[in-house]
Design a protein around this ligand. Structure first.
Ligand SMILES: Nc1nc2c(ncn2[C@@H]2O[C@H](COP(=O)(O)OP(=O)(O)OP(=O)(O)O)[C@@H](O)[C@H]2O)c(=O)[nH]1
Ligand SMILES: C[C@H](OP(=O)(O)O)C(=O)O
Length: 206
């Protein structure tokens, strides 16, 4: 299946600015993107990056400077085939998790994987009239949009699909469960778990 991977290439991951400088955010975001592309490919699919600027990865890249939802919706409108959409900041993604998302669309017009905090991390759209509306509480908005066009929905409950890396606390999950380039990049940059009382945090070695 064709899977779009939207990517903010110019100013990625601004919410990590407290722990990573600008160049580091670019490097880390690209490492996560490569992990996502590999998981999609290893699951037998055809990922296609939809990026705000050129990025050097081993997948087709379409540069599209329209806002995220517009860029994705233009592609939904241009095809009658099922189309996958997976965000680029899923550092824990595995081929098995991609398979689960795609398999969930076999019996539904829309398979959707929520992100933590109200977002949407993965979709497979088979209904011709469904359109995305990212940002804000997009998971709830996508359920409403599906209902409005009469699309039946399967929700995919997956730790690896729900863990998008937005904020410093999310780096804990990458250090704990990540097996790809993003986890390796973080470790090489000196990040380690900080098992304080209560929730585990992160620490960066000097
Ligand atoms: N093509 C495209 N992708 C985008 C755009 N904005 C965000 N993305 C991608 O969409 C997904 C979700 O993005 P967010 O987590 O909301 O934003 P982000 O830019 O990654 O991070 P923040 O700057 O911290 O909000 C990620 O894969 C981003 O790379 C955009 O305007 N165009
Ligand atoms: C694109 C956006 O991502 P978040 O900011 O929730 O990670 C969303 O899922 O709607």
């Amino acid at each position: 299946m064709r899977i779009l991977v939207p990517f903010e290439a110019t100013r990625p991951k601004t919410r990590l600015d407290g722990v990573l400088d600008t160049d580091e955010r670019v490097a880390f975001a690209q490492a996560m993107l490569r992990d996502v592309l590999r998981a999609c490919r290893d699951a037998g699919h055809d990922p296609e990056v939809v990026a705000t600027a050129e990025v050097d990865v081993s997948a087709p890249v379409a540069v599209d400077d329209r806002p995220l939802s517009e860029a994705v919706n233009a592609r939904l409108a241009a095809t009658d085939d099922p189309l996958g959409i997976v965000v680029a900041d899923l550092a824990l993604l595995t081929p098995a998790a991609v398979d689960r998302l795609v398999a969930a669309a076999a019996d539904a017009d829309l398979a959707i994987a929520p992100g933590r905090g109200g977002g949407t991390n993965g979709l497979v759209v088979t209904h011709p009239d469904f359109r995305v509306d990212f940002h804000g509480v997009s998971f709830r908005d996508h359920l409403d949009a599906a209902e409005a066009v009469g699309a039946d929905v399967t929700v995919v409950d997956s730790m690896r699909l729900s863990t998008d890396v937005d904020e410093p606390a999310d780096l804990v999950e990458v250090l704990l469960h990540g097996e790809g380039e993003a986890a390796a990049w973080l470790r090489a940059a000196g990040f380690e778990l900080d098992p304080v009382d209560g929730r585990v945090g992160i620490n960066r070695r000097e």
